[in-house]
Design a protein around this ligand. Structure first.
Ligand SMILES: CC(C)(COP(=O)(O)OP(=O)(O)OC[C@H]1O[C@@H](n2cnc3c(N)ncnc32)[C@H](O)[C@@H]1OP(=O)(O)O)[C@@H](O)C(=O)NCCC(=O)NCCSC(=O)C[C@H](O)C(=O)O
Ligand SMILES: [Mg+2]
Length: 289
């Protein structure tokens, strides 16, 4: 067993949207991001801040990892958001447009001064060219940092790039953030897919994200949850292969290398297989709750 927390499906919702806050209690996503930033109009921000804190306090979201996304550093709402979110004590505070390790250290300091409980982690959004260049330092900046979250809309905007199938213009950035997150041993969550009516395009992007190594994907609509949950969970075939591979290696009784289904198996493959089984177990434990 493991303390691995599945983050296959991480659903944003505007904290100003009462209906969405209610609906989210019934959606089978692994995590929620109660947004105070882009999805909330300036006039609605103070009320949204209160609604997000009340949602966290309600305890109505069951096993879902509930987080709050505050407005960015330097905006007029940032400090009040960070203070309110720290006092509300969600599973994590998501901060957009984090550009440097120094900002991470400062954010953690502010969270602690505002009384954030130990269980409230920091998720840093990586969504600017500056952040991509600094991703390695950002990822390693604090033990409070639990995840890097891609902000692919902002990234595409900042690069003057375009959203295209396969995401060639931003693949180097995605890889850079993955490398940074893996080197620091923290989670890395892929960006959103904007076309909520394009199921095929969405599933293709989930598949690409899983193959690249992301832990899960941020989402904007309940209709995207099922696809992400399936894409970022080990398939039945993957679980069967992992079990078979481990059994074949153990049957080798200390041989450094064996074969399974005709393919070479060494200890590193066994480690990957054990990780697959551990993720599978965590997901199974979730569904049993
Ligand atoms: C995109 C939407 C505006 C579409 O909304 P709508 O037209 O209302 O969709 P539906 O009518 O199909 O909704 C069906 C029901 O589902 C509920 N709903 C919809 N979206 C959500 C949600 N995200 N969470 C919870 N519930 C949701 C509706 O209320 C309907 O319920 P019911 O009445 O019972 O039928 C909308 O989906 C939306 O607002 N999505 C989230 C947008 C958001 O949060 N954006 C900010 C994050 S994206 C971003 O900024 C990433 C990053 O920073 C970057 O740079 O990339
Ligand atoms: Mg963004």
């Amino acid at each position: 067993m493991t303390d691995f927390t599945p983050l296959r499906s991480v659903l944003y919702l505007p904290s100003s949207n009462e209906r969405a806050l209610e609906k989210a209690k019934t959606i089978a996503c692994d995590a929620l991001i109660l947004d105070l930033e882009d999805a909330v109009a300036p006039d609605a921000k103070p009320a949204a801040r209160e609604a997000a804190a009340a949602a966290v306090a309600s305890g109505d979201y069951g096993r879902r990892t509930v987080t709050i996304r505050v407005n960015g550093i330097g905006t007029e709402w940032h400090e009040a958001d960070l203070t309110a979110a720290s006092q509300a004590g969600p599973a994590a505070i998501v901060v957009p447009k984090v550009d440097s390790a120094a900002q991470v250290v400062h954010l953690v300091d502010m969270m602690e001064k505002a009384g954030a409980p130990d269980h409230t982690r920091l998720w840093a959004m990586v969504e600017t060219p500056e952040a991509i260049f600094n991703a390695r330092e950002i990822a390693a900046a604090s033990p409070r940092l639990q995840a890097l979250v891609l902000g692919t809309n902002d990234l595409v905007k900042e690069l003057y790039a375009e959203h295209v199938p396969g995401r060639a213009p931003i693949v180097p950035s995605l890889h850079t953030v993955l490398l940074a997150g893996r080197a620091a041993g923290i989670a890395v969550i892929d960006g959103v897919y904007n076309d909520v009516k394009d199921a095929d395009g969405f599933l293709a992007e989930c598949e690409q994200g899983r193959q690249m190594g992301f832990d899960g994907k941020t989402l904007i609509h309940p209709g995207q949850v099922e696809g992400a949950n399936a894409a970022f969970a080990p398939s039945a075939q993957a679980v069967e292969d992992a079990e078979g591979l481990i059994a074949a290696f153990e049957a080798g009784k200390g041989a450094g290398v064996v074969t399974y289904n005709g393919k070479m198996v060494e200890n590193l493959h066994v480690e990957s297989a054990r990780r697959t089984l551990s993720i599978h177990e965590s997901i199974r434990a979730l569904s049993a709750e």
